[in-house]
Write a protein that binds this ligand. Structure first.
Ligand SMILES: [Zn+2]
Length: 250
């Protein structure tokens, strides 16, 4: 069902650093995705699942870089929104014989466990799961602990930070040695930042969260939309200045 019809062009992918790969979002309500390869075991960790429709093109993109989607053993989510989580449903179906562990934090974990459609499709976007050809079912989710780093292979260890403002379940993944930040929709390149007008969003919280990640040492900024950057701190600082200027209007 998901893969029928027209062909999906491969998601454009590239190596960021070491075994960290970036796959660019498709044009329609999709998100950037990141794959980390544990070279020793061959297991793959996937960050965010995209909108589901884009899953085939992710797999194609992975193939061009020598990565096999059947080796995805863990999925880490940045937050609960449709363009980041909808791909979980077809993914779990495709990998049902060897299902990956799904990891999320707080509100995101709760929403996915309950299959709460109204929170996955926020506010007034005017879209529904049917338009994506799928049904929202409760999922088994592993709760992330902000005190427990995520080890991927021998070289990568992500710290999880709770960074609300775009949504209640928003987190950022930070790798201090490689200086990688995966902030979901908190902060983007080019001075942009996440929307705060969805239910659970807050401009004040967004500003605080951007301020927090701005104090981390970030080289590789790998956000949920738009481009990535290897000049992370400068990009985050630019967004921080932009979002602060908004504060003065309200
Ligand atoms: Zn979002």
């Amino acid at each position: 069902m998901f893969f029928s019809g027209s062909e999906s062009p491969a998601k454009r992918g590239q190596k960021v650093i070491g075994e960290v790969y970036y796959f660019e979002e498709n044009p329609m309500l999709d998100c950037n995705q990141f794959v980390i390869n544990d070279r020793k075991t061959g297991e793959l960790a996937l960050f965010d699942s995209g909108n589901g429709i884009s899953l085939k093109s992710l797999f194609e993109g992975m193939k061009t870089l020598g990565l096999n989607y059947q080796n995805i053993t863990k999925v880490y989510l940045t937050h609960e929104h449709v363009d980041h989580v909808l791909g979980l449903y077809p993914l779990m179906n495709i990998l049902k014989n060897n299902p990956p562990e799904l990891h999320a934090y707080g509100e995101t974990a709760k929403i996915l466990r309950e299959g709460d459609e109204s929170k996955i499709f926020p506010g007034n976007l005017g879209i529904s799961p049917k338009m994506f050809g799928l049904e929202i079912n409760p999922l088994a989710i592993n709760e992330l602990d902000i005190n427990e780093p995520i080890q991927i292979g021998s070289e990568i260890s992500f710290q999880v930070y709770y960074t609300p403002g775009h949504s209640l379940g928003s987190i950022s993944y930070y790798e201090p040695n490689k200086k990688i930040l995966i902030p979901g929709d908190l902060v983007f390149t080019g001075g942009s930042f996440g929307r705060y007008d969805f239910p659970g969003g807050s401009l004040g919280a967004l500003i605080e969260s951007i301020k927090f990640v701005n104090e981390l040492d970030v080289k590789y900024l790998l956000p949920g939309h738009m481009g990535i950057s290897d000049n992370g701190n400068q990009q985050i600082d630019y967004s921080y200045k932009m979002v602060q200027s908004l504060k003065n209007y309200f």
